[in-house]
Design a protein around this ligand. Structure first.
Ligand SMILES: NC(=O)c1ccc[n+]([C@@H]2O[C@H](COP(=O)([O-])OP(=O)(O)OC[C@H]3O[C@@H](n4cnc5c(N)ncnc54)[C@H](OP(=O)(O)O)[C@@H]3O)[C@@H](O)[C@H]2O)c1
Length: 288
């Protein structure tokens, strides 16, 4: 059943969160461009994108009542994971409970590559806990386990042109948000066909940070280098931000997860879902 076929007169079949952000914004825009109706669930209605066929409902994930009201009558929910916070999993659980109470049938959730309770990358543990809550909710689901954004690696070098972190020679199969949005759209075009599926979404190359630095240098003309840090150096170089310990752990484990080999596997899932190859970093930089 396609989105168009399943649309009711009053409530669009699909709801999208995160449309004020990068990934959700791309997905919502593409849905509108396809002529589909949708509900945009946003934290601040004044910042919702203006899209044809979209109605806007205001709710944050932690506000169960507003979330349930926003999702009433929705069949398929595209749930973008919340911004990092100390209690993000609780926020997610609240929103998932609200979706189940509202009668949502299917959740498409943006999880993380290799989500696991003992993942080295600490935030991948939050994603696993969220996945479990969705599995336990009784709703059908599709998990989009996105690897690190390629877009993020292009921005990694500091003002001095140095990428710093304890990644060693570890590799990452980073993937562009554009490819991830295409994959999400493919799933949202026919959610029931992807019920119960877990996709591990990666780019088509696994690069070390030395290679990332070399490619950025070649493509931008800016001299970029990678400096491997020890673990104590990594914590020390981030101490100046006065961030809470869970956040510094997340930042540092971005790199230690690479060193550990957690982020390097390459899958065909982008191609399988979208029919096209994911971009390489060089292609991404050419198009940026
Ligand atoms: N794979 C990776 O490398 C990577 C990197 C960074 C983040 N992520 C995760 O992927 C998600 C999407 O990435 P992105 O680049 O699109 O992020 P983004 O541009 O920061 O957008 C995040 C979106 O989620 C909304 N949001 C955040 N917390 C929320 C909450 N508690 N309740 C309701 N809505 C909330 C934001 O709304 P507002 O506009 O109101 O803030 C925004 O629309 C991020 O939120 C994060 O969980 C993944």
């Amino acid at each position: 059943m396609s989105i168009a076929e399943s649309r009711t007169d009053s409530v669009p079949a699909i709801a999208v969160t995160g449309s004020t952000g990068h990934l959700g914004g791309r997905v919502a825009t593409a849905i509108a461009e396809r002529g589909e109706a949708q509900t945009l669930v946003v934290r601040d209605a004044s910042r919702a994108p203006q899209l044809a066929g979209a109605r806007v409902r205001q709710a944050s994930y932690r506000d169960g009542e507003a979330s349930r009201a926003a999702l009433e009558g929705v069949q398929t929910l595209f749930m973008v994971s919340a911004s990092e916070s100390a209690d993000r999993v609780d926020e997610h659980r609240s929103f998932i409970d609200a979706a189940a109470a509202a009668g949502v049938r299917h959740i498409v959730y943006t999880s993380f590559f290799g989500a696991h309770p003992e993942a080295v990358f600490t935030l991948a543990r939050d994603h696993f806990a969220t996945e479990q809550h969705i599995r336990d909710s009784g709703m059908s689901f599709t998990f989009l386990r996105n690897n690190f954004y390629m877009d993020f690696f292009a921005l990694l070098p500091g003002e001095d042109g140095v990428i710093r972190g304890p990644a060693g020679s570890g590799r990452v199969s980073a993937v562009s948000r554009a490819d991830l949005a295409d994959a999400a759209l493919a799933v949202l075009s026919d959610p029931t066909a992807h019920s119960g599926a877990v996709y591990e979404l990666t780019g088509r190359e696994a690069l070390s940070l030395d290679e990332v630095a070399r490619i950025i240098t070649q493509k931008t003309g800016r001299s970029i280098t990678f400096r491997d840090e020890t673990l104590p150096e990594a914590y020390e170089s981030r101490a100046g931000y006065s961030a809470p310990s869970w956040q510094v752990d997340a930042w540092v484990s971005t790199y230690t997860a690479m060193a550990d080999g957690e982020q390097e596997r390459i899958t065909d899932d982008i191609r399988t879902l979208t029919g096209h190859d994911p971009q390489t970093l060089a292609e991404f930089l050419d198009r940026s």
